[in-house]
Design a binder for this molecule. Structure first.
Ligand code: IPE
Ligand code: IPE
Ligand code: MG
Length: 239
């Protein structure tokens, strides 16, 4: 039985980093420039995360639907991903942060994928915190992929259909060992999930700010966290 203070401890924050395009438009620059400013905001956020005692941060960086964007924008985002990893690897190592990825990573272009895999390998033993990049991630794809893996295990007689429950199903999700997010932050004011962590966000507290992602800084993060600690989490109980 988890006590109330443990339930409330903020362990995992998931962020939908939205609004780079609107930021670019407002500043009269290209969308790619908006994404570059977004990457700088990520860098700063990682630096402030330890101050808030957050163990896990998941960043929605590229959705399974984002392939619909222009080739120029998609290529720019993929190049930026490699650049971001190469620029931040040293910081991750110095601060003991482990990097993980969630999503259909094998479909990313080779240069970004190799850089990502290398950083994941090099930071695997770090224990101070975990940074998860949701890349080519879709909540529906994740659930479909889990269902497929489960079906394969049934066919191979590794598990019986009747053994399936929520906890066993969870084992088939992309990063099953990572606890569910306690807080989900979305920037830029949109009131939707956009296919993000559909299973894991079932009981997350949701915080939406109008601030555009490139303007999201330590003070904005603090506001969201302070807001979280004022919520009453019920998990369906205490009727
Ligand atoms: C979020 O910013 C970044 C990604 C989806 C990769 P957007 O590019 O969606 O910004 P808006 O929504 O157009 O402002
Ligand atoms: C969600 O933002 C995906 C990421 C932040 C990576 P989108 O901009 O793609 O979401 P929609 O299109 O507004 O729902
Ligand atoms: Mg958007």
């Amino acid at each position: 039985m988890v006590n109330e203070s443990q339930e409330k401890q903020l362990c995992h924050v998931a962020l939908i980093m939205d609004g780079n395009g609107r930021w670019a438009q407002r500043h009269g620059v290209s969308r790619i420039e908006g994404h570059k400013q977004g990457a700088i905001a990520v860098q700063k956020l990682i630096e402030s995360a330890s101050e808030f005692g957050i163990k896990y941060i998941t960043l929605y960086a590229f959705s399974t639907e984002n392939w619909k964007r222009s080739r120029e924008e998609v290529n720019g985002l993929m190049d930026l991903l490699k650049e971001f990893i190469d620029n931040n690897l040293e910081h991750l190592q110095k601060n003991g942060i482990r990097l993980l990825a969630s999503g259909r990573i094998e479909q990313l272009p080779e240069h970004s994928r190799e850089s990502l895999k290398n950083a994941i390998k090099l930071t695997a033993d770090n224990t101070s915190g975990t940074l998860i990049l949701a890349l080519n991630y879709g909540g529906r794809s994740e659930i479909c992929d889990a269902a497929k893996k489960f079906a394969h295990d049934v066919v191979k007689h590794k598990i019986d259909i009747d053994e399936l429950d929520e906890s066993r199903f969870r084992d088939y999700l992309y990063l099953s060992e990572v606890p569910d997010p306690d807080l989900m932050i979305r920037t830029s004011g949109e009131l939707r999930l956009s296919n993000f962590l559909l299973w894991q966000l079932s009981y997350a507290e949701i915080y939406v700010t109008d601030t555009l992602w490139p303007d999201f800084d330590r003070d904005e993060m603090k506001k969201a966290i302070d807001g979280y600690y004022q919520r009453e989490r019920r998990f369906g109980g205490r009727g």
